[in-house]
Write a protein that binds this ligand. Sequence first.
Ligand code: 13P
Length: 258
Amino acid sequence: MRIPILAANWKMNLSRREAKNLVEDLLKVAFPVQQREVVICPSFHLLSEVGSLLEGKANYGLGAQNVYWKESGAFTGEVSPTMLRDCGCSHVIIGHSERRGYFHETDKDCFAKVEAALQHNLVPILCVGESLEQREAGKTKEVVLGQLQGALKGQSVSSGDKLVIAYEPIWAIGTGKTDTPEGAESTIAVLRQELGNLFGERIAQQVRLLYGGSVNAGNVDALMAQPNIDGALVGGASLKAESFARIVNYQTQASLAN
Ligand code: 13P
């Protein structure tokens, strides 16, 4: 069974005080049951502080939003996997479309970052997703499969629970336009199939595949009801304790029936 992951990508937001208030509020209202994981991904300057607030909290993890693949040295402005571990990180987002778009990160960069994360026991949350033009040209699956292969083909993955993929269509990020649950499911199912080609069926069935792009309190239940969607990577709605708590406490079909 794959344990769902509800991940918060705070992007470049929040002061230390705001972050502290948000995490304290969240811990009062979000109750990840044993079979749910929550990962908070703040900006670098908040990692230690948020890590301390989450220390000892069952089912909560800490993630960075980026990593460099070298261990140490003259790489001004970069942060290594060892440094992330030192701050208490368990996860790291790699290849977010904002990094690919604004900072020209390539699939080759993503490969090196995923490799470095895996070697340092950090769970990579590898992001893939198509632009609106690519979608309208019917190229969604081709684009996301290319990104998946580019970052993963040739990696050594010993266990599927050490790898997370987030499908985030670029046109759905921060726009209020979500992919339909069926549309997201169909793309994510294709990604899982490709993971089977790359690493074998056992590992493919262990990897958590998340959907991201305007996930909110109102659409999370329907997305999470899809068989291949194992969680959400949430931007805007993760910046408010109430909305992110509702996402963490999403309702399953079984709980709605009760
Ligand atoms: P929004 O939830 O704000 O659309 O952002 C999604 C995202 O980019 C998460 O990584």
